[in-house]
Design a binder for this molecule. Structure first.
Ligand code: 3PG
Length: 210
């Protein structure tokens, strides 16, 4: 079994999900989020620059806890570990991904959308799961419904979450954190409006009292 992510989280239980095109953007963006109080950051493996961005954030933003998500193939896992990712995330789960994740020794959040998928993840030994895409699959009521069926499982929902959903979702006992891209609007990132990112992060942080 793997270490848990939850004990590594300090402060707000909100994880910005980042789509990054360059290291030059990644570092000031991460700095703005950390300054706003959000230090657990998930870079997504959706751009050619993603691995370099994890390396840069790990090296140059020491207060950030940076992970890598959108891991969809077994070979992504060693790449993520070698880039310095401190935790790993997938949108779904297969047997090969489970093996590759276990081989890294890093906290891993496999994605699930249904009770059956959560049961399969549990059989592989995972107890912290990403509920994805969360709002499309029922949001807070769906998470509430899974609690009595999967009493050992804790979730990090992402997908379609906005500021107005945060408090309800974080109030659920089987939710340890949540994440999303609403904190880093593409326009703000493209135009390097780090003050706007800082403001969004601060507002989000205030919704998750320590
Ligand atoms: C993820 O990978 O977690 C999602 O892309 C984040 O979802 P969102 O863009 O709807 O916030």
């Amino acid at each position: 079994s793997l270490p848990f992510l939850e004990p590594l989280l300090s402060g707000p239980r909100i994880v910005p999900v980042l789509v990054l095109d360059s290291v030059e953007t990644a570092v000031p963006l991460a700095q703005a989020l950390v300054a706003g109080g959000l230090r657990t950051l998930e870079v997504t493996l959706r751009t050619p620059a993603a691995l370099a961005c994890v390396e840069a954030i790990a090296a140059r933003v020491p207060d950030a806890l940076v992970g890598l998500g959108t891991l969809t193939r077994p070979e992504h896992f060693a790449q993520a570990r070698d880039a310095g990712a401190r935790f790993l995330v997938s949108p779904g789960l297969t047997g090969k991904l489970a093996e590759a994740a276990l081989a890294t020794g890093l906290p891993y959040l496999p994605g699930i959308a249904t009770v059956s998928e959560a049961m399969i993840a549990w059989e592989y030994g995972f107890r912290e799961l990403k509920f994805f895409p969360a709002m499309l699959n029922g949001g807070a009521p769906a998470l509430k419904g899974m609690a009595p069926l999967l009493p050992e499982v804790r979730f990090c929902p992402t997908g379609g979450i906005k500021a107005e959903n945060v408090q309800e979702i974080l109030s659920l006992p089987n939710v340890f954190a949540l994440g999303g891209t609403w904190l880093t609007p593409a326009e703000a990132v493209k135009n390097q409006r780090w003050d706007e990112v800082h403001r969004l992060a601060s507002q989000a942080a205030a919704l998750s009292p320590a």
